[in-house]
Design a protein around this ligand. Structure first.
Ligand SMILES: Cc1cc2nc3c(=O)[nH]c(=O)nc-3n(C[C@H](O)[C@H](O)[C@H](O)COP(=O)(O)O)c2cc1C
Length: 223
């Protein structure tokens, strides 16, 4: 149980701990391709009924090296990379435009698994962003137009008013243009690490790295 001290507002979480032991990850049972390995694990997370197994922490950094992180949703994965969508004028996008190196972190506590992905991002092809935008519910598409993501707002009202106005303009049509300030990024991985919790903090960690011939090399890391 977390221990709260009312006087100092200190919350001690030192006694919150878990002992892991659901599964093993070995050099023998892992896939040669980290993308196939990732797809197997995200399918396991989906089968286990986890809420938003595709939620991932996207970490970016300024050119000075100041990091920032937030959750976004993975929308596509293949040998080309990991795709997510966002506003191209948001804080994350501005950081990615000046420093394209980023990382993704997935955590599936019920499966005692974490995956870390590191690499470079580039914008997805415009047709891909447009096709995905058109597949979104109307409310989300209007929401993309209504929000100047990451900009300060004087209150909730201007946002609700913008949405209301957009709902009025597009009341009779489903044909909503794709904002030019909205689209996808693809993170092309250079390193992918799979972490499986094990007893006594001696977890399994397998890290895949691309070598100079672009082949994936697997290495076990100390927990
Ligand atoms: C579960 C969850 C899913 C999210 N998915 C996205 C997403 O796919 N794209 C996005 O731009 N923001 C998403 N967000 C919001 C971001 O976490 C963040 O608030 C927003 O993108 C602004 O971040 P920035 O100011 O660092 O650019 C999501 C948040 C949560 C909690």
């Amino acid at each position: 149980m977390a221990d709260f001290d009312k006087r100092t507002h200190r919350l001690s979480l030192a006694d919150l701990r878990e002992n892991y032991g659901l599964a093993r990850l070995t050099e023998q049972n892992c896939q040669a391709s980290p993308i196939v390995q990732f797809e197997n694990w995200i399918k396991d997370a989906e089968r286990a009924g986890l809420q938003l197994p595709n939620a991932m922490v996207l970490s970016t950094a300024t050119t000075c090296g100041q990091p920032s992180a937030r959750v976004v949703l993975l929308k596509d994965v293949s040998d080309l990379g990991f795709v997510f969508y966002t506003n191209y004028t948001s804080r994350k996008a501005l950081e990615l435009e000046s420093n394209p190196f980023a990382s993704l972190t997935f955590y599936w506590p019920e499966l005692e698994r974490q995956v870390r992905v590191e690499g470079r991002v580039q914008r997805t092809a415009r047709q891909l962003s447009e096709a995905y935008f058109r597949s979104r519910p109307k409310g989300s598409r209007l929401g993309a137009w209504a929000s100047r993501q990451s900009q300060p707002l004087p209150g909730r009202e201007p946002l609700d008013a913008r949405l209301k106005e957009l709902e009025r303009i597009y009341a009779d049509t489903d044909d909503i243009p794709v904002p030019e300030f909205w689209g996808g990024y693809c993170l092309m991985p250079g390193v992918i690490e799979f972490w499986q919790g094990r007893p006594n903090r001696l977890h399994d960690r397998l890290q895949y790295r691309r070598n100079s011939e672009q082949n994936w090399i697997v290495e076990r890391l100390s927990p």
